[in-house]
Ligand binder design. Structure first.
Ligand code: PLP
Length: 498
């Protein structure tokens, strides 16, 4: 690249007017890290410096840790770049963008079987992601519960929410930020989702809602929302309570309607009052968009809606943030009309088929237990049958050498002793990549096996020598185990996978 440097006057150390970037001083000068530099640099130099440093980030397409979209069509990229300078909140100035968001809300509400007529507007809003959507849904439940308790002349200072211990970290954030006690149903080995029976047992008069997950982050498994609905209906009837359900369909909301249309998990179940979904997961949009849909107007307390008018006409808003980009909303509308039901269905079927290829390949090694279910989010979660010689953390680290980013993590309470690897299958993960990944896992198993055998030999040799007064050295295996244990401790199980 040619860097053209403007002459900056006498006495400056300006580069020659035209030289290549790698001949310029910017290649050897230290980069500003703490303070803003006093002087400007040419835009080409700034671009090259940042671009080059970013080469050391992982390749998003090989980031199998994440559910979040890493590929979109070039036409949509064009729409995104074309709207990158539009502030979403300027609704009066950008009425078309606002209209596109409303159309997305309507389409998603219909997809989730909201009880609305064909041309009726649904109640919902676009958010930055499921996290913001969940904060809003949680707030609506908390406020409704408080209002009801006030009417009944009862105390309203100890709200709680019931979830499984497998909830995503955003529920813990909601609980802490908005002062709601989080009551988690513990997991157990072999059962990694919320047990509806135990959840309903935990419900009491202070429960603002039970949150079920359609697509557990850990294993992709769908929780049994229908059973939860039935059990909770019964409990409500028996006790006079009125506890509702929220479904966190961050990853499953764009899967179930296409792959399992018969599965009842959504507004078809009367107690389900709100649902969130990440537009940027299987909604197939780049990071930065989520949705929350309410069953009806009655489920969103009016006092949480703010009416702003200084940008023009009256605009109701119910979000945590004010300004944000418009691109993701526009991109969501693009995907919905470009793909239609047919397109989403084809993509989800492909993901499911490629997940099956990976699952069978991993199972065929004979070395792993598969924890993910066939029905659910297309991912493969697997744990080592025998982790005496090496762990899933070793496998994860070694996969990095081949470019793969596959997270390893331990399960939440009470299944902390189970450590798993998880591969999320996204739209852009084709069959050939599935097959290559299986090959690379096999290669790594062979290498780790060879190292483990060697380590056993070294350690028995060291044991034999120590009788002669030679200081016993730790075996390679012991050292490796210690390193793995330290790493395991450092990995925060809740912030690892996303
Ligand atoms: C990803 C995820 C979230 C958080 O969603 P963001 O869109 O990343 O904010 C919440 N719940 C579940 C089940 C998830 O998978």
């Amino acid at each position: 690249m040619v860097v053209t440097v403007a002459a900056t006057g006498p006495g400056t150390d300006a580069e020659p007017v035209s030289s290549t970037f790698f001949a310029s001083r910017y290649v050897r000068d230290p980069l500003p890290r703490y303070r803003m530099p006093d002087r400007s640099i040419p835009r080409e130099a700034a671009f090259q410096i940042i671009n080059d440093e970013l080469m050391l980030d992982g390749n998003p397409r090989l980031n199998l840790a994440s559910f979040v979209t890493t590929w979109m069509e070039p036409e949509c990229d064009k729409l995104i770049m074309g709207s990158i300078n539009k502030n979403y909140v300027d609704m009066d100035e950008y009425p078309v963008t606002t209209e596109l968001q409303n159309r997305c809300v309507n389409m998603i509400a219909h997809l989730f079987n909201a009880p609305i007529k064909e041309d009726e507007t649904a109640v919902g809003v676009g958010t930055v992601g499921s996290s913001e959507a969940i904060m809003l849904a949680g707030l609506a439940f908390k406020r409704k519960w408080q209002n009801r308790r006030k009417e009944q002349g009862k105390s309203y200072d100890k709200p709680n929410i019931v979830t499984g211990a497998n909830v995503q970290v955003c529920w813990e954030k909601f609980a802490r930020y908005f002062e709601v006690e989080l009551k988690e149903v513990k997991l157990s080995e072999g059962y990694y989702v919320m047990d509806p029976v135990k959840a309903v047992e935990m419900v009491d008069e202070n429960t603002i809602c039970v949150a079920a997950i359609l697509g557990s982050t850990l294993t992709g498994e769908f929780e049994d929302v229908k059973l939860l609905n039935d059990l909770l209906t019964k409990k409500n009837k028996e006790t006079g309570l009125d506890v509702p359900i929220h479904v966190d369909a961050a990853s499953g909301g764009f899967i179930a309607p296409f792959l399992y249309p018969e599965l009842e998990w959504d507004f078809r179940l009367p107690l389900v009052k709100s649902i969130n979904v990440s537009g940027h997961k299987y909604g197939l949009v780049y990071a930065g968009v989520g949705w929350v849909i309410w069953r009806s107007k009655e489920d969103l307390p009016e006092e949480l809606i703010f009416h702003i008018n200084y940008l023009g006409t009256d605009q109701p808003t119910f979000t945590l943030n004010f300004s944000k980009g418009s691109s993701q909303i526009i991109a969501q509308y693009y995907q919905l009309i470009r793909l239609g039901f047919e397109g989403y269905k084809n993509i989800m079927q492909n993901c499911k088929a490629n997940a099956a290829v990976l699952r069978e390949g991993v199972a065929a090694t004979g070395r792993f237990d598969i924890l993910s279910k066939e029905t659910g989010v297309p991912l493969v979660a697997f744990s080592l049958k025998d982790s005496n010689h090496f762990s899933v953390f070793d496998i994860s680290e070694n996969l990095r050498r081949f470019g793969w980013i596959v997270p390893a993590y331990t399960m939440p309470a009470d299944a902390e002793h189970v450590a798993v690897l998880r591969v999320v299958i996204r739209e852009d993960f084709s069959r050939s990549l599935s097959e290559r990944l299986v090959n690379d896992i096999q290669k790594i198993l062979r290498e780790l096996d060879a190292r483990a055998t060697h380590a056993v030999r070294v350690s028995s040799a060291t044991a034999a020598q120590s009788d002669d007064g030679v200081v016993a050295k730790k075996s390679v295996l012991e050292i490796e185990r210690e390193v793995a244990a330290r790493w395991r401790n450092a990995v925060n199980k809740k912030t690892g996978p996303c």
